[in-house]
Design a protein around this ligand. Structure first.
Ligand code: ZN
Length: 308
């Protein structure tokens, strides 16, 4: 049965901006994050502690964290790729509520993405999670290519869930399952999350992270909802994608997600016009049209019913 309310983590400032060809000025990022934090979104992934040589777009992680002004009740999340990133994050620990660590379910994708085997990634991330829990951060582990890999094809669900269980046992309170290159279909998603809940227990928060690469993002959301998923990640303006392989674009757009859910009577807490204003602002900043449908069409307008 579908839930009556869901939690949405906005990942655009990190997952989105890291894939833009240009580097956005720190002040502009801060203004965008501050605006997003006032749309009713309760979870915001703001940056990543990756090396500046790898992702120059996010080289200002420290400055962004120090300058943003986020209201109480909005959780600030950062991506921590490894122990080196952890050391940087620890210097700003009081600015951070949640962290996420990530790896791929496919050996080839993990090697291409972070130049490590899955076993090596897990060993390091287990150390990161242990320290993060000591600090008091809430922890999410994200598993990329959970529904398919461009290099290896099908990824056995048992393998994905084995990795999820390792992350849970290492201290992750939430596991995100990423459809990194948009290969998932709704039948697969429904079956996957039903199995995941049964295998991973009721305590662990299961989060769906879909990409709209083949236009199936919202169909996958519906399937996940029907399997009981209550937590989603999305990106305003449909920003973002995955650098491997090139051209694999687009997280699902937060405004499309919010529009669909609210029309279905599922509460998101998000003020859609305020969110659309953020996406329009990002469009101006980036100098190109963004991919979200609701940005083009506007919110659904129902005619006032005529009395009598
Ligand atoms: Zn993504």
């Amino acid at each position: 049965m579908a839930p009556t309310a869901v939690r949405i983590r906005e990942v655009g400032p990190r997952d989105g901006l890291q894939n833009e060809p240009e580097v956005i000025a720190t002040e502009a990022k801060v203004a965008l994050i501050d605006a997003l934090a006032r749309t009713g979104l309760r979870r915001l992934e703001v940056t990543s502690f990756v090396r500046a040589e790898v992702i120059p777009q996010l080289a200002d992680a420290e400055q962004v964290l120090e300058r943003i002004d986020v209201p109480d009740g909005v959780a600030v999340s950062v991506l921590i790729p490894n122990e080196r990133g952890l050391r940087r994050a620890l210097a700003h620990r009081e600015r951070i509520d949640e962290i996420n660590v990530f790896l791929s379910a496919s050996e080839t994708h993990n090697r291409r993405n972070v130049n490590r085997s899955i076993a090596q990634s897990l060993a390091e991330l287990e150390r990161v999670l242990a320290r993060a829990r000591e600090v008091g951060w809430r922890c999410e582990g994200v598993i990329s290519t959970s529904f398919g890999c461009p290099y290896e094809g099908r990824v056995p669900p048992a393998r994905v869930l084995e990795i999820a269980a390792r992350l849970r046992d290492a201290g992750a309170q939430e596991v995100g399952f990423g459809d990194t290159t948009g290969m998932a279909n709704p039948a697969q998603v429904g079956e996957f999350f039903t199995t995941a809940r049964a295998r991973l227990g009721e305590e662990l928060e299961l989060t769906a992270h879909f990409h709209n690469t083949r236009g199936q993002g919202l169909a996958n959301v519906l399937a996940a909802l029907q399997a009981g998923v209550e937590s989603f990640e999305s990106s305003f303006g449909e920003l973002g994608g995955c650098p491997v392989p090139p051209g694999a674009t687009g997280n699902i757009a937060t405004e499309d997600l919010v529009s669909m859910l609210e029309e279905m009577g599922i509460h998101t807490g998000v003020d859609l016009p305020a969110l659309l204003a953020c996406a329009r602002h990002a469009q101006e900043l980036l100098g190109r049209a963004l991919g979200s449908h609701t940005l083009v069409a506007g919110p659904v307008q129902w005619r006032q019913s005529v009395p009598g």
